[in-house]
Design a protein around this ligand. Structure first.
Ligand code: C5P
Length: 215
């Protein structure tokens, strides 16, 4: 049955609200959340930004699925180490390497077999799941995105603004799988929207696409 698998991708720049909304949809609507950025962050963190092909063979993520993937390394959940902006930049650096991208793409595709998935990142709709049932591209003004991150990281807006601007520029200008809006994605500008506004919009689109998907 085609409805055995339903995939929603959410791409967009840093701080546009991708992971917040993905978590909410996972919790409320029984989707499994695959945070591809977390995989790049983990690789950047574990290899200090310099992964060799061999390092990747030795990284065994223990991915536990409840409604999100959790990344364990040597038995430890590494979530608390990978969320800062320094690790974001390490992730962006390793994300330019072709074998790292292959590794992340294969990992995400392997996880998303049967079920409902919400997958967020930069190239989820353009490269990893070009046949996704619904593609969303979230965006917001740089200042607003920096404010959100500064609030989470407890740092100054100006400092974070510079960092995410640099990271977005690097993500947009790289040769492989740059951050871009897939042609068939629905764009939502979250600058002046609450999380609940964004949730309602996406939920409505999911309902519509799911009902019209061939069974
Ligand atoms: O989404 P998050 O900020 O956790 O992503 C960290 C970095 O990982 C991004 O800046 C980007 O360079 C990289 N990334 C990517 N492709 C994805 C997800 C993340 O290149 N699908």
């Amino acid at each position: 049955m085609k409805k055995d698998r339903f995939i929603v991708t959410i791409d967009g720049p840093a701080g546009s609200g991708k992971s917040t909304i993905s978590k909410l949809i996972a919790e409320r609507d029984g989707f499994l959340h695959i945070d591809t950025g977390a995989l790049y962050r983990a690789i950047g963190y574990l290899t200090d930004g310099q992964p060799t092909k061999n390092d990747l063979n030795n990284i065994h993520f223990n991915i536990r699925i409840n409604n999100k993937i959790e990344i364990f390394y040597n038995g430890e959940n590494i979530e608390k180490f990978i969320r800062n902006e320094e690790c974001g930049m390490l992730a962006s650096n390793v994300a330019k390497i072709d074998y790292v991208r292959d590794f992340v793409n294969k990992t995400a595709r392997k996880i998303a077999s049967v079920g409902k998935y919400i997958i967020d990142g930069r190239d989820c709709g353009s490269v990893i799941f070009p046949y996704a049932d619904l593609k969303i591209f979230l965006d917001a003004d740089l200042k607003e995105r920096a404010k959100r991150r500064a609030f989470e990281d407890k740092r100054s807006v100006e400092e974070i603004e510079k960092e995410i601007e640099k990271r977005d520029k690097q993500d947009k200008s790289r040769n492989i799988a740059p951050l871009m809006k897939p042609n068939d994605a629905v764009v939502i500008d979250t600058t002046n929207l609450t999380i609940e506004d964004v949730y309602s919009k996406i939920k409505e689109m999911i309902k519509e696409r799911y009902e019209h998907k061939d069974s």
